[in-house]
Ligand binder design. Structure first.
Ligand code: M6R
Length: 609
């Protein structure tokens, strides 16, 4: 989704802004632009396309000069990607960039048109620029004008603003959309996310809803919506610029696949005390766990898929009913929840609009909320009753890999704790499962090493396919959902995941020799059943890739390719098997020549519904 940045200090603003925008590119965008303050005026450069197009344009036409400015990467919502719809947008004395959606922009636009204003673009953002300009004409104090403007806005926004009359300041305000304020020596920054500015500073403030920041080279002032000064707490990122580079890998995705063992260690090890999980620092109390009636895991995309694995494990070990819901469905279906229910919201970014809305709805209805979030200080993390941070570090590739892996590891930690609290496993089992979870970083490392070559060979067979099917039963089915999503989002090959036993109720009619099937069969109790289903697709001509455990007896006529993972504690196998599924998706996309890290039409952080 859109990314915004801002800078004021001693450096060339355009250079800092373009550099910071490059680090936000992972969020997904289709145009970019900057504005800087120099020679007594605000100059703007903007272009449809990638940052390279903007850089080329500035090389030909000149770049905005100055030591203060704002920048933007746009992911089109209102109006097609074009030069004119790109941000920044301006009024007579105001120029701004925006991340979010203004829901009442039409009525505001009508009001401004009646007031004699004209518009160049189709965007909701230009309406905000003109509205702010309108109020600034009457209220010459920029902070007061911002406050008045935000009173009229419905929807979500993070705004970076420069005023013609304030050459040494950048202003910012937010509601719902994320925004951080970077604190440097003699310089200040704004950004949608810390990675954008980590090269310049690790220190930052989180802006709360409707707070206004005024940045100058000498420091930052923050006000609330009543113009009262606010004292902010300084935060420091615990990772550095290396974490947001490719570290010698060709793509972020493969770097992040390789970071998974470390990510699991960072997430799990600090939560283990005396051989057992301890989630007290996350405000999770065993007594409260004992009383939980129903659990709902609510999330989107990959994060929701981690919940599918969580459901199987929690129901099996803790004998507690778990429903997994897609956040965009949950929030509009008047869910039957209330006191005694726990809603687990899973989100890498902690800003996904539907997941956030689902969490707020659950709270309203009296349920307790637990957030499993990767991004520190994000809105979901801040608003949940209980919080377990995953420690994957920044995930840059749009296709989520290491975030999924640590979400799984937290699902297990929580399931073990819940089962022990409910008395459905004893201390010996509790310690056994925990010790196995502590072995997963080494096991995952082994699987990366042992399956890469086979995954590459398998993907060579898939690159010409038009459509693919992933099948499995139980935990293998839950995992297949993620394997299928991973493949389709980056390779652009259509794929579906299906419960293997359900195939013959309709979907098997799709099977031909041109429809490869990836069958996951790692659960002993279901192995024979899945093998029968594989035989059914094989008999109809499908090319089959089978993923199973070392030591499994694979009948010779069942699969064209067999990929084996180590024989390990079965409930934890999704953590191992997701690796070859990620690798197959990665190498298929690479061989098809796709933009692996920034697949078409996708954004990393989905802050609009
Ligand atoms: O930031 P979130 O985890 O809330 O994002 C949810 C989904 O948009 C996300 O998991 C998406 O499906 C993945 N990027 C796909 O790889």
């Amino acid at each position: 989704m859109c990314g915004i940045v801002g800078y004021v200090g001693h450096r060339d603003a355009a250079d800092v802004l373009v550099n910071a925008l490059t680090r936000l590119a992972y969020r997904g965008y289709d145009s970019a632009g900057i504005a800087a303050f120099g020679n007594g005026k605000i100059s703007v450069a903007k272009s449809k396309g990638k940052l390279k197009d903007l850089i080329d344009k500035m090389a030909n036409e000149g770049k905005p000069l100055g030591k203060a400015g704002i920048g933007h990467t746009r992911w089109a919502t209102h109006g097609e990607p074009s030069d004119v719809n790109s941000h920044p947008h301006s009024g007579a004395k105001v120029t701004l960039v925006h991340n979010g959606i203004i829901e009442n922009y039409k009525e505001l636009k009508n009001f401004l048109i009646q007031d004699g204003r004209t518009f160049l673009s189709d965007t909701d953002t230009e309406v905000v620029a003109q509205l702010l300009d309108h109020y600034y004409t009457y209220i010459s104090d920029p902070v007061k004008a911002i406050i008045r403007t935000t009173q009229d806005l419905r929807g979500s926004f993070a705004l970076g603003i420069v005023f013609q009359d304030y050459p040494d300041n950048v202003f910012a305000v937010r509601r719902e959309s994320p925004l951080v304020i970077g604190v440097g020596e003699g310089e200040s920054f704004i950004a949608s996310d810390v990675p954008a500015i980590i090269e310049y500073t690790k220190d930052y403030y989180l802006l709360e809803h409707d707070e206004i920041a005024v940045l100058s080279p000498d420091g930052i002032k923050v006000y609330d919506s009543h113009y009262r000064p606010v004292i902010k707490t300084l935060k420091t990122a615990d990772w550095d610029v290396d974490a947001v580079g490719k570290g010698g890998y060709p793509h972020y995705m493969i770097k992040e696949i390789n970071e998974q063992p470390t990510a699991i260690k960072n997430t799990v090890v600090p939560r283990i005390k005396d051989g057992m999980p301890n989630l007290e620092e996350c405000s999770i109390d065993p007594e409260a766990l004992r009383k939980i009636r129903n659990i709902f895991i609510v999330a989107c995309g990959t994060a929701m898929h981690s919940g599918m694995v969580g459901k199987y494990v929690m129901e099996e070990l803790a004998r507690t009913h778990v429903t997994v819901d897609i956040a965009s469905e949950f929030r509009y279906r008047n869910p039957i929840i209330g006191e005694g229910d726990l809603i687990i919201i899973v989100s890498q970014s902690g800003e996904t609009a539907d997941s956030l809305a689902a969490m707020r709805l659950a709270k309203q209805k009296g349920a307790k909320t637990l957030a499993i979030v990767n991004a520190m200080g994000s809105t979901i993390a801040r608003e949940a009753d209980m919080l377990i941070y995953t420690h994957a570090g920044p995930e840059i590739s749009v296709a989520s890999t290491k975030a999924y892996m640590v979400q799984l590891s937290v699902m297990y930690l929580f399931a073990f704790e819940l089962a022990f609290a409910k008395g459905t496993i004893d201390e010996e089992q509790y310690k056994y499962y925990t010790s196995k979870l502590l072995e997963t970083p080494d096991m995952v490392q082994k699987v990366i090493e042992s399956t890469t070559e086979t995954a590459q060979k398998i993907s060579t067979q898939l690159i010409t396919a038009d459509s693919l099917l992933y099948i499995g039963r139980g935990l293998d089915y839950a995992l297949s959902m993620e394997g299928s999503l991973k493949l389709k989002e980056i390779s652009y090959i259509h794929s579906e995941s299906y419960a293997a036993g359900e195939l013959k109720h309709g979907t098997i009619s799709l099977i031909t020799k041109d429809m490869p099937v990836i069958a996951v069969a790692t659960q002993s109790a279901l192995y024979e059943k899945t093998v029968s289903n594989i035989k059914e697709v094989k008999a109809r001509g499908a090319k089959v890739v089978m993923i199973c455990k070392e030591g499994d007896d694979v009948p010779s006529d069942v699969a064209d390719f067999v990929l084996k993972v180590p024989d390990f504690e079965e409930c934890l196998l999704p953590m191992l098997v997701c690796v070859p599924l990620q690798l197959i998706a990665y190498y298929t996309a690479v061989q098809r020549g796709n933009d692996v890290d920034q697949p078409r039409n996708l954004a990393k952080s989905v802050t609009v519904e």
